[in-house]
Design a protein around this ligand. Structure first.
Ligand SMILES: C[S@@+](CC[C@H](N)C(=O)[O-])C[C@H]1O[C@@H](n2cnc3c(N)ncnc32)[C@H](O)[C@@H]1O
Length: 204
């Protein structure tokens, strides 16, 4: 969605909605220092930059991507907005990230974002996949603190995208409603490949 669309529509697109919800979640922890956030697919660094701004001066963001090109673009973006010092970038498959973080991260993440798919303007073959996305979800959900929020944006238009959407839907359906509040936002009637937003909030 372009900046022009944002001004034109009352209903926000999924990226804006994800940032709004993540901002809401982080603001509820404003007295908890330091705020901790994860970007599970840094890509061009836009989400990482927004998270780094939202966690504030003493907050920490860990961002990962499988591609060194994405980490490079993200560090350039963070430097351009002066927020590099709040962010640690790791080249890894997000399926393994939870195992690579120290035990102090377990149950202490306030917000996490995963904008799936491929790097815009990059190698389209380095795309997120259902199996690793499922492993990422199973690893990251336990990292969330009480009322911590994970947002996931899924694109179904590329090869493998429909299967990935099915996997995320299955994970969402498998969670106990007493432990997890889950939302799914899509745009019926629009191009059937428009992205879907999932949000997972830990309730207990
Ligand atoms: C749509 S882009 C992310 C956009 C980004 N959040 C931004 O604000 O610009 C998806 C990213 O996921 C990365 N990716 C694909 N598979 C991955 C995996 N298994 N683990 C981590 N990152 C992965 C790609 O390299 C790509 O950079």
């Amino acid at each position: 969605m372009t900046g022009r669309d944002q001004a034109r529509f009352a209903i926000p697109g999924v990226i804006d909605l994800a940032h709004e919800w993540v901002g809401n979640a982080l603001s509820r922890f404003a007295d908890t220092l330091p705020l901790r956030a994860l970007d599970l697919t840094v890509g061009n660094g836009h989400d990482t930059g927004r998270l780094a701004a939202a966690v504030g001066q003493r907050g920490v963001v860990i961002g990962c991507d499988i591609q060194v090109e994405a980490l490079f673009r993200t560090s350039l973006h963070l430097q351009s907005i002066g927020l590099m010092e709040r962010v640690r970038l790791i080249q890894t498959d997000h399926a393994h990230l939870s195992g690579q973080l120290g035990s102090t991260w377990h149950g202490s993440v306030h917000a996490a974002m995963a904008n799936l798919g491929y790097l815009p303007g990059g190698d389209k073959s380095r795309v997120t996949r259902g199996d690793t996305t499922e492993a990422m979800l199973r690893g990251v959900l336990p990292l969330l603190t009480l009322h911590g929020l994970l947002t996931v944006i899924v694109y179904s238009g590329h090869p493998g995208g429909a299967e990935e959407l099915q996997v995320v839907t299955q994970v969402a359906d498998s969670l106990q409603p007493s432990l997890w509040r889950v939302a799914q936002v899509s745009f019926p009637g629009r191009a059937h490949h428009s992205p879907t937003l999932f949000a997972f909030e830990r309730m207990r």
